[in-house]
Design a protein around this ligand. Structure first.
Ligand SMILES: Cc1ncc(COP(=O)(O)O)c(C=O)c1O
Length: 357
């Protein structure tokens, strides 16, 4: 007999993208930034280390909240920090969704949302995007059990985005909080933080993993009205962010010049990557993130992914039930993109029959 909750035994568990620990790969599979972080981050972490790690960190990461407040124009008590934005998604689910109730998300989107609902013992409901990548009435349809909705914006794996006025319209119609997961928004032109003031149901999550090149540091934050933040503070681990990550993240968000320069490099590389992949014959929606989504229904995509992996180029193959499959490719450095495209071109079929199964 198992001591483990039946809910946990019965679930498959979220499988993160491959993180090979040995060998050298051109790694374009988990949307990391190809460039090193701001030098200010390294310096801040070194200074923090010199002070020692004997004391517990600040439970609310006050220094970061102040720095983020200066950048975003919301008061510090509207900000909650987390051990990566995945930690915040967990805190949100635990705060708002009773076991047995309903969590809603678009489809296809970030697969972790479904796992969070399962762990919580809640039900999840996936609402398909429309062909133009907007969401229809079914995303806001009333349901007495609905407790929370997640909306990645830009979306993963597609890189598509809803405009703030479209997001506000959804939030106004929903009977529950709408979490706008802005993990990739620094690579887009618009964001939804201003909506948090306009509508208490809008909560925005951010991460430093992508646009600040700090996936290994584990730091994210969310913006919500302060009465909601106070409830979420009760749910989070007391010390969910360590001293080194608070110091590094505070330095990162304060270095606006680094962010702007990095963003423009990635955005111009994204433009080139998109054009080249379309020229290869893929359908690629315009991306507002640091990755692109490639589909081509008459080609078998998994063998392409596998053969690139054998040549030490890692991209993400994704298959969504009754929706189709695709390849998600992170926007790497120019050199990484060149190497990827050169290998890819050798793997593409002249006709579908040329790819052996
Ligand atoms: C849509 C989305 N949200 C959140 C995350 C998690 O980011 P973090 O590294 O901050 O946990 C990811 C990571 O890939 C993501 O794709």
């Amino acid at each position: 007999m198992s001591y483990v909750r039946g809910q946990i035994v019965g679930m498959a568990g979220y499988v993160p993208g491959e993180q090979p620990q040995a060998g050298k790969f051109i790694k374009l599979n988990t949307n990391e930034n190809p460039y090193p972080c701001s030098p200010a981050v390294t310096l801040a972490i070194q200074q923090c280390l010199q002070q020692g790690l004997t004391r517990y960190p600040d439970p609310l990461a006050t220094a970061f909240r102040q720095a983020a407040s200066d950048q975003l124009g919301v008061p510090p008590d509207w900000i909650l920090c987390g051990n990566g934005s995945d930690d915040l998604l967990t805190i949100l689910t635990r705060t708002f969704v009773d076991p047995g109730r309903l969590l809603r998300m678009p489809y296809p989107s970030y697969i972790l949302y479904r796992s969070l609902a399962e762990i919580q013992g809640a039900r999840s409901q996936e609402v398909r995007f429309r062909p133009d990548w907007t969401l229809g009435a079914d995303f806001v349809a009333p349901d007495p059990d609905l407790r929370l909705a997640f909306l990645p914006n830009p979306n993963s794996p597609t890189g598509t985005i809803l405009r703030p006025e479209q997001v506000l319209e959804l939030a106004r119609q929903l009977p529950c909080p709408l979490v706008v997961d802005e993990a990739y928004v620094d690579f887009a032109d618009q964001h939804c933080v201003p909506l948090v003031r306009e509508c208490e149901r809008v909560i925005v999550t951010r991460t430093l993993s992508k646009s600040y090149a700090l996936a290994g540091l584990r730091f994210g934050f969310l913006v919500a009205q302060p009465h909601l933040i106070r409830e979420m503070v009760k749910v989070k681990d007391s010390y969910n962010c360590d001293a080194l990550s608070i110091a590094g993240a505070t330095a990162a968000i304060s270095d606006v010049d680094w962010l702007n320069e990095n963003r423009s490099r990635i955005v111009s590389a994204r433009r080139r990557l998109t054009q080249e992949l379309r020229a290869c014959g893929f359908t690629v929606p315009d991306s507002h993130a640091n990755f692109v989504w490639c589909t081509r229904p008459d080609w078998e995509l998994k063998p392409i992914y596998e053969r690139l992996k054998n040549q030490r180029v890692l991209i993400r193959y994704m298959q969504y039930r009754d929706w189709g499959e695709g390849l998600r490719v992170t926007v790497g450095s120019d050199e990484q993109i060149d190497a990827f495209l050169a290998l890819l071109r050798c793997e593409l079929p002249a006709s579908p029959s040329e790819i052996p199964s």
